[in-house]
Design a protein around this ligand. Structure first.
Ligand SMILES: Nc1nc2c(c(=O)[nH]1)N[C@H]1C(S)=C(S)[C@@H](COP(=O)(O)O)O[C@H]1N2
Ligand SMILES: [Mo]
Length: 215
């Protein structure tokens, strides 16, 4: 009985301590929930993979930022350490991986797709800051990622879909594949990548979707 009472006492005290800590740190309940999901739930989760034979052509969905010429394409990568420019040949010379994962759109459809590319983490500087921002060459579509998701072992800069080079409507020459997130974060035709300490703007977050868009 006395054990149970002290347990209850600690429980209520614990709640008060957490509420007090949150006030002390001056974060809103919303920010607090985001912090919890960042630290506890997502970073270690692997998305399901499938046999390559299950792969199909996904719907070509969302064409924002895909109108530009491709001839002059290059990838600009910036971080506090400096900036550099990479060609597709440079990227294809990096270690690459293949994976078959599910692309899940917030509109309610999904498709199993095979991809080939290099991990986004291969472009990250040592001691990368907390966020990564990716945008199309014309900057009309842009995605923000938390660093844990950007460095995730299934977060891919892909140039091949189902054994073929990416077509323009699927994001040629280079797109993001991030199967721990909804389709909205899988930005097609990446023109620039920036590692930064400010939480980046995000096209669909500005239109009411959750910034993390985690599955
Ligand atoms: N540049 C760009 N990337 C984008 C979009 C877009 O409109 N523009 N739409 C997103 C959405 S909502 C989805 S579901 C996926 C669809 O990828 P797919 O067309 O290859 O199936 O691309 C994502 N990447
Ligand atoms: Mo989507």
């Amino acid at each position: 009985m006395s054990n149970r009472r002290s347990f209850l006492g600690f429980g209520l005290g614990g709640v008060a301590v957490i509420a007090g800590l949150r006030q002390l740190l001056n974060v809103s309940p919303h920010e607090w929930n985001e912090a919890i999901s960042r630290k506890l739930l997502r970073p270690f989760k692997l998305a399901a993979t499938f046999p390559a034979a299950r792969a199909r052509e996904p719907r070509a969905n969302g064409q924002v930022g895909l109108e530009n010429e491709l001839e002059t394409w290059q990838l600009n990568v910036a971080s506090p350490d400096g900036a550099r420019t990479l060609s597709l040949t440079d990227l294809q010379a990096m270690p690459h991986v293949s994976m078959t994962t599910e692309l899940m759109c917030v509109e309610g459809w999904s498709e199993v797709v095979s991809w080939k590319g290099t991990l986004l983490r291969n472009l990250a500087p040592a001691n990368a800051p907390e966020y990564v921002s990716l945008s199309t060459p014309d900057e009309s579509y842009y995605v923000g990622l938390d660093l844990e998701s950007a460095l995730h072992p299934q977060t891919l800069l892909a140039w091949e879909m189902n054994g073929q080079p990416l077509t323009p409507e699927h994001g040629a020459p280079l797109r993001l594949v991030i199967p721990v997130k909804y389709g909205i974060k899988n930005i097609k035709r990446i023109g620039s990548i920036q590692f930064s300490s400010q939480r980046p703007a995000d096209y669909w977050h500005e239109r009411g979707y959750d910034w993390y868009a985690a599955l």
